[in-house]
Write a protein that binds this ligand. Structure first.
Ligand code: NAD
Length: 264
């Protein structure tokens, strides 16, 4: 039987191609599936993840200096210098086939919601309607002094053209995109809604995440504890592989369309 070359045979008792079919079968029989996604689902859209060595996003930088709330308060210039390239790529990125496949699963199967760690908004742009953005998004930005909220895109585009730290027109305070930096609390309502979705799910598709960033990484654990089955689609092994019923070490942009073909 033909096995796609990117499928690593993690389950010796299950042929590679059968694992795609098994995921399709699980989706067909699920009544409440939830997807939990990370930066890996967007690499095919040209947005680098953080941990793959080739991305370079953490090369030669101290994450606590450039991407923590303490660093931001001390020296926002460091954050803005670091985020420049990521913002540039993210502003122009488009959803890829993996995002579109999840949007389709909402209508064709039982996918109830997407819990994402991504800030790129590509799930909503692909048409998914119930998306919990645990780490915020770039659609809005907030003045760190008077807390006035602004639409994020014009502020980012202005910053991309003049590289000047954005300031609040009302009070002159420094504006910060509504993304969650290290040391910041996750948005309470969003995190709570994601926890409820995880507790009620019977199948969780974990896609493109190293599962290294807490507390977001507690979400699959919560789903498991409440009886959900776990499917992992990631390029590299994750700490949850042993707990999953199906693991595919491959490219989400190749695996998800294969699953959709099996659902047809
Ligand atoms: P991560 O960088 O820690 O891990 C990404 C994982 O995805 C890696 O294990 C990698 O092997 C895998 N991967 C890369 N490309 C893949 C592909 N095409 N198919 C399947 N797997 C692939 O990312 P994370 O777990 O999401 O956590 C890092 C944090 O970085 C998150 O908080 C997130 O907010 C933030 N982040 C977001 C974006 C974005 O919005 N697109 C981009 C970079 C980082």
């Amino acid at each position: 039987m033909y096995a796609p070359p990117w499928v690593v045979n993690r389950q010796p008792d299950m042929a590679a191609i059968d694992r795609i079919a098994e995921i399709a079968r699980l989706l067909k029989h699920s009544r409440a599936a939830v997807a939990f996604t990370g930066a890996g689902i967007s690499t095919s859209s040209g947005i680098p993840d953080f941990r793959s060595p080739s991305s370079g996003l953490w090369n030669n930088v101290d994450p606590m200096a450039v991407a923590s709330i303490y660093g931001f308060r001390q020296n926002p210039q460091l954050f803005y210098d670091w985020v420049y390239t990521l913002a540039q790529i993210t502003c122009d990125a488009k959803p890829n086939v993996a995002h579109y496949a999840l949007a389709e699963l909402e209508t064709r199967a039982s996918l109830q919601s997407i819990i994402t760690q991504n800030i790129d908004a590509l799930h909503t742009r692909a048409g998914s309607s119930r998306v919990f953005e645990l780490h915020g998004h770039l659609r809005e930005a907030t003045c760190t002094h008077c807390f006035k909220i602004y639409p994020g895109e014009p502020i980012l585009r202005q910053f991309l053209s003049d590289r000047v730290i954005p300031r609040c027109p009302a009070c002159g305070g420094i504006i910060k995109p509504n993304v969650i930096l290290f040391g910041e609390q996750l948005p309470h309502q969003v995190f709570h809604a994601a926890q409820v979705a995880a507790r009620h799910s019977d199948l969780m598709l974990v896609i493109g995440t190293s599962l290294e960033v807490a507390p977001a990484s507690d979400i699959p654990r919560l789903a498991l504890r409440h009886g959900a089955r776990l499917v992992i689609i990631n390029r590299e092994p994750t700490p949850f592989d042993q707990s999953a019923c199906v693991v595919i070490h491959g490219d989400a942009a190749e695996v998800l369309p294969e699953i959709m073909r099996h659902l047809e």
